[in-house]
Design a protein. Sequence first.
Lengths: 292, 271, 427
Amino acid sequence: MKGTDRAAVLFLLPSFIFVGVFSLFPIFESFRMSFYQLILTLPWLGQKMVGWQNYVDLAEDPVAIESLLTTLVFVGVTIPLELLFGLGIALVLNEAFHGRGLLRAVVLIPWAIPTVVSSQMWRFIFNDRYGLINFIFFGGDVSRYLAPLADPHLALIAIMAAEIWKTTPFAALILLAGLQGIPDDLYEAASVDGATAWQKFRHVTSPLLKPALLLALLFRTIDSLRVFDLVFVMTQGGPADTTNVLQFYGYKKTFAEGMVGYGSAIAVAVFLMSLVFSLAYLRFLNPSRQEA
Amino acid sequence: MKRSVTFALFFVGIALYCLVPFLWFVLTSLKSSAELTAIPPKLIPSFHWGFYQSALEKYGLLHYIVNSVIVAGLATLITIVIGSLAAYAMTRFQLAWTHVYLLILLAISMFPQIATAGPVWSILDRLNWLNTYQGLVAAYIALSLPLAIWILTTFFREVPREIEEAALIDGCSRFQSLYKVILPLAAPGILTAALLVFIYAWNEFFFALIIMTDPTVQTLPVGIALFPGEYTMPWGEIAAASTVATVPLIVLTLIFQRGIVRGLCAGAVKG
Amino acid sequence: MPNAQKFFCLAFSLCLYWPNAWAQNSELRFVTWRAEVPKVWDEAIADFERQNPGIKLVREVGPQSSTQIHDLLTQKLKNRDPRLDVFFMDTIWPAEFASAGWALPLDRYFTAAERDKFLPAPISANQYRGQIFGVPLFIDAGVLYYRKDLLGKFGLAPPRTWPELVEQAKSILAREQGSGLVGFSGQFKQYEGLICNMMEYILSGGGALWDEKRMVSALQEPAALEAVRFVRDRIIGEISHRGVLSYEEPESLALFTQGLAIFHRNWPYAWSIVNDPAHSKIAGKVGITPLPSFSGAKGVAALGGWQLGISRFSAKPDIAWRFVSFMTSEQIQKRIGLATGRAPTRTALYEDAELTGKMPQLRSLLDTFKQAVPRPTTPVYVPLSNIMQRYFSSVLALPNTDIKKRASLAARDMNRLLDLLRERQMP
């Protein structure tokens, strides 16, 4: 077995090196820094070890709490809607019809667009003077034009709309894969038993779609908790901090204000949230399958 | 008949939903300066290529594209190679800890990039790799490996052992068996992984922003983000550059869409 | 010039493909933002290289937004990057960069005699604890633009007080129904520019952002509260539209140049744009005047502008200084002014015939520049600014918020930060 072990290590070594140097080390650094107080612009305060103080401050920081709520609202609204729309698209794509290939290609477009491009595009669409949304709702009546990105009640909705548009294809594809894995004879058997379309969906499709659904849920939740590019380009956290998601707040603290210790604590908090969600997912999935 | 009508409606609805925002931006890029700021906005442009010209000449769009191709291409290539090696090891060698390694990879991929960006920057700085292709590529490899390894592992697992065992008996080395036997059979998975990594590297913004500050090596997302000048917001040029940035991806996805769907199909159901 | 430019481009690109080590000895790295008129910069740099053979200037272009380029610079500086020599600093950074030990004190290069040739306000913005850390290159101060034609049509003189401005706008709007006109266009997005705009109201009403002697926030003082209430209820509420809450300079200027705003607050750079028929529908119909105040006394203009600083970790500070002094020399400032409309920082240039011929507004702006008020200089300016931005944005965006309550919350956060400075007895 020694030969095998050696070969295995050799095969795995390149990935160990990259992951170790560029991922694990920075993550440990972040964890470490979260236990210090380090303010770059006040170097005389030094790099003080403050233990859990950053986390305590974080728990009491009203901006951080608001930021957490904003992030949770963001995740809580976009994920179900993405999955819902994605399911709709997947159900349509699952049927055989002329032009299916073309539609499938079209569906992939939002996903293929770079996030920063998509963000700029949506910023332009929501523009209060030249935007498409205003034109669609109010036509030529400029006096009634809205400024969604300036309105605290609408800005988050605008950001969520942009996010849902961009990520629906991903959900659609995963769900489509799941749908295509369901054997046709199950549907035939149900038809023989006289089931309606809705009943078929409830009793055949849904249960068998669960793994795909949960996979989409997992990946999308992890990404969604870390949303950054969209906010960075479209609103920079405003107006009135209503789009100040946690990762953006962490960015401002670390990069803009030089409060490296506190910013690292925020990053760790986001990480822990992702971990909790993922563990919940794996736990939910575990009883029914072996997973490596 | 009824089915066809509702179906057609859905078809059109979905197509519009996916296309319209992007189409709007593409149409914007074809407007003239005056049409751009027309209030209310004009729907049909005059097919004026001015913004493209400006984006290419004034804003150096072409070399941003070249940089992106180099960085994304290299990152994809190297990630797939390293990922294949790792996936092979994890599915072919009976090792107790591969399970753990996969979970660690998943956990790593969850960490917010703003936190890792700082230390990664310092490492690259020490290696003298800032503002170089290899620096950004190295960062991207590390960021894409978890996803690539997960996908490749799932696919490699599907390749039956017997085929490989036959090859080994015939005198192939481990490496040769990977190259000659597994890779062809796991092609859809490799395709999927490669496309996902390419798209990720092509679109990545934050690391590129802080690692590449020299305009000659900046990639497309950063380039577009820097279009705004001292006091103008060049929507026309941004729209033009965005169109150019997206078209290659759309073409790639169109070409490989069957492969992708099949890939995600097998992957999702099994993995 | 095309030959020189070609040579420059060739040399520049050759330089980058040469091994790092070789290039480093003769290389000077300059972090800047994308210039609106690159030609004048390219030429200036080419001239510098011609006068200093053996030195190659490598430009690194950062984002246009002040906040974003700040984050980029701090990333390099906090890691003591030796390959950064010269950089631009916004007027609010010298104290921060000095305190953090990132900017090189320039006292031995930038003598007192030399400093006297510059406008006083930018010079003091570059000073921290008795030393000087930057050389001002442009100066900016908030000014009021107005539609000469519209005011003239109704026989109105430019307003001296803010309430007067609101009344004038209302009367014009009432009589120009259906024109899509808006009374006022300013920058009220949640970003640094918001602080500039708001401080012009607060300070002209006798308030302050924070008390620099006692190091406590002044946001909850009555004068500040009144000013904020005025902006929310009268400026935005009565004569503007909610879109301004998402505007930075470009968007707010676009509204004005499209002929859709009566009054516009911006920096002096906008003057050449509003009078350029290629970019503006109102060329020739614009007037410029100092900002109004509340009491009828002088209005308060926020000081802006950019300075050149040298990194403390630069390996070649002497060469870096040569570049800085070249770029801030009278000749180059004049060229930049003529080409871009940016106001110079050398007092002598305000008497220069050619410059004032091309930019006649310079003479009248000189007073404004001399009296422009800098934002408070402190190493923790950025976090304080973020707190204030949050406060202003939340109060302006939501018509029914309790201003007093939010002001005291913001004050509490600001005081906690200011306390950190107290142990060192900050100026």
